[in-house]
Write a protein of this length. Sequence first.
Length: 462
Amino acid sequence: MNGDLGGHAAHTGDPWQTIRDVLRAEYGERTFESWLKPIAYVGVEGSDVLLSLPTHFMCDWVKSHFAERLRALWSFYVPGIRSVRLVVAPAMRVESSAAFPANDSHANDTVVVDPAIEEPELGARLEERFTFERFVIGKSNEFAYNAARRVAEGGPINFNPLFLHGGVGLGKTHLMHAIGWAVRQQKADAKVVYLSAEKFMVAFLAALRHKDTISFKQRFRSVDVLMIDDVQFIAGKESTQEEFFHTMNALIDDGKRLVISADRSPYDLEGIEERVRSRLQWGLVADINPTDYELRLNILHAKAEAMPGVMVTPDVLDFLARKITSNVRELEGALNRVAAHASLIGHPITLDFARQVLADVLRANDRKITIDDIQRKVADYYKVKLSDLLSARRARDIARPRQVAMYLAKRLTPRSLPEIGRKFGGRDHTTVMHAVKRIEELRTTDSELEADLDRLSRLIDG
Ligand code: ADP
Ligand code: MG
């Protein structure tokens, strides 16, 4: 089939509106509301689209999570657009790009609406579909799932806090919300507070500013379950971070059930004091591992069934489960995207169609870098044996390449320090940390090493 999507690109009307509709369908309501809706269209400069966000934090987040998708959609709907620039602009807001194509460079004249108002309410809404019932269990997540169930059941729990960790898009937030729903189901008036660490931090800083940390803690007194998501965001923010964890300690001492998530284990939360870290480890640390094929397929089946009126054949589901291995969010996003495109242009969901719609995602998933890959290429490059690289030998001609390989593993893969250590002949995470620091130091002064790293990165990146 030559079902070229180009015809669709000759889109009339407001491209930004269309792109927003597609994004909403692809990422779901919650993500859309939190991250994508706040994006304002500013204008066009040459082949660049300018978009703005109200804060640095959001801008960084959108850059790292959605920039590539935004670019792909813009260039798909508006031929001639080659890149997307994201800027921070607190009080800018243009709801649509109706004036498009505004091919003049004054397009960043903007409409100013009221500046953002800080919301007083602590805690965010729980997402409807993030329930235990809709969480698909597999080998990689069953431990975390069971732990979450235990917390939700209440009763005499013998661990507190529950610390959930795993790579992005593997279901941490889903499990937290599920705990919230389940607790409320048992006790309608249970007070469940779920919020991002970032929000917790903002509220906490405000309390600090008003010298009012006591009443800040009071606000949590009546809470039954407190859940704080993505605490890696506050790690390393020294002065406030410490206070932040003290507050959490107080809550634990108070017998509140606490659930915390991060994209890495407490070990790997760099820049957190040792005693705080060990406090976190007193609870239960449950990791969510990357998915296997079987789980991915089961998740796709469940999601496809929940899409009314959408027919996805088993071969498409199998294809997605095999190809999109990065995380569940991308997997889900891919399915949503295929379904959204199909319904927008009235095309059946065939394998070919899925391939075309997902070309960029598939490419990104193909390019996935593994630690094995890095080890092989580094050994090759330095002409040392792979077995030596993984051995206990400390000879300098082996030790340096090994450090380089560890460094690259940390830089180029989402693996944690302990995971990397295990891959290097079962070394301790502190060894890996040391290697990373060492290479980071050296590369600033040693231009030969710098050149090696550069060449190696390119070799590995393909
Ligand atoms: P994280 O917080 O770990 O980054 P999320 O909890 O936001 O990830 O999950 C990303 C998306 O993937 C959500 O839409 C979630 O519902 C879905 N998801 C993740 N794991 C599962 C699972 N085991 N079963 C069903 N959906 C899942
Ligand atoms: Mg999350």
